[in-house]
Ligand binder design. Structure first.
Ligand SMILES: [Zn+2]
Length: 148
């Protein structure tokens, strides 16, 4: 399932990517025309109430990204695959690829290189990720989404 976040929800899109979900950020809702007639059209998460005729639009009330994420908890939960959590580039919405530790030494801070052994890279922007690099406190948030 794909999720499309409107221009006001850039941070929410990043949270969804951390959870492994395919979350596109769309500054123009006209992008939704692309999905008309599809068997499984994406959800459109939006802060705009007026002028939205898209059937799978979800209105987001909160201005705080964490609360926004909790608002869509019930919708997103069935699509979260635990093995895919933190397996997507926060910036590009692309799935990460495994990379050898020896290939990334010059791209990460020295303490990170020595402290971690598993690294992954975004095939698009070449950003290197390691365990814990996505966001601090994400563990609590994931538990909140998955278990309550
Ligand atoms: Zn990237």
């Amino acid at each position: 399932m794909k999720f499309i976040c409107d221009a006001m929800l850039g941070k929410l899109a990043k949270y969804l990517r951390i959870l492994g979900l395919d979350a596109e950020y769309a500054s123009n809702p006209a992008i939704l025309d692309r999905y008309k007639g599809e068997a499984e059209p994406p959800y459109f998460l939006t802060k705009r109430l007026k002028g939205i005729t898209y059937p799978k639009a979800v209105f987001i009330k909160s201005d705080r990204p964490r609360d926004q994420l909790l608002e869509v908890k019930e919708i997103i939960r069935p699509f979260i695959n635990r093995e895919k959590i933190m397996n997507r580039c926060i910036e590009c919405n692309v799935e990460l690829a495994d990379i050898c530790k020896s290939d990334i030494e010059q791209y990460v801070p020295e303490f990170v290189f020595h402290q971690y052994s598993l690294f992954r890279i975004c095939p698009q922007c070449r950003k290197v990720y390691w365990e814990g690099s996505h966001a601090v406190h994400m563990g609590d948030l994931i538990r909140e989404i998955m278990e309550t």
